[in-house]
Design a protein around this ligand. Sequence first.
Ligand SMILES: [Zn+2]
Length: 332
Amino acid sequence: MATNPITSTVDFERDGNQHGWLELPYSRDDSAWGAVMIPIAVVKNGRGPTALLTGGNHGDEYEGPIALLKLARSLEPGAISGRVIIIPALNYPAVMAGTRVSPIDGVNMNRAFPGLRDGSVTQMIADYLQRTILPLSDALVDIHSGGKTMMFSPFSAYHKLPDAALQERCRAGAAAFGAPITLELVELDAAGMLDTAVEELGKVFVGTELGGGGTATTETVAIAERGIQNMLAHFGLTERTAGATAPDTRPLHMPEPGCFLIAEHGGLYEPLADLGTTVASGQAVGQIHHPDEPSREPVAYHAKTAGLVIGRSHKVLVVPGDFLGLIAHDMP
Ligand SMILES: [Zn+2]
């Protein structure tokens, strides 16, 4: 198998705090021998576990990049035992364009794994992560938010896995993150996700959805920063504060497909239940208006299951197939 073309300017085996780049050659009209430069920081102190922290997997989700840029500048090697690899803007071209997917190739980083050596820019970044960075890592925290089109009640997440012991390690990690909610998340399609790539290697994966709408708030950035510190302690990189108790978090799950609400009409979506609302099965949670037919009654969307509304469409103008809402249940 041909070697991935990315070279790293940081030495993963060297102690200290290093800032550098993953350089991916990218020849194009405005830079014939140019490269895509993906920032990376490595903080290492002796032996110990390796945690990989990523943000900007999607380019319009901001808590991860903000919290990880702050961490990369401030984390002292002496404060940890082991190694922390920080990639604040994993899909760097998407982050700099403020778009979910890469403006170069239109590829969604979180559907590109395990990547492709001879593929497009995004596929080659995924291939480098898969073959070079994931093998160095014991656990990965990938910080997402809802992006420009979705909004979530802040939660950390893990998945149901065939390996029960690994699932429990992922669940414990997600709970230790300390977001207000810990969700046992069922994906619409898990193929190609970084989550799946990490889990298939038998390593701990913790994901998050911390807000959305293409913005960040003091609250959601604080959850990300606190969560990262909690993760470093949970994975044994830093000392736990004496007397610290486990973070308070509400465990939720998605036992049925009806937890997702998907649009079957186009139009203007009016939410009728805000995030954090407990709804009954059959309760109207939103309705779609028809601006092209003012006399037509809006189409109501009803909860297919009782539970807590933790996700909703951030955009109002929707088309059939758009995500409208996510309803989760308290863990029994
Ligand atoms: Zn995302």
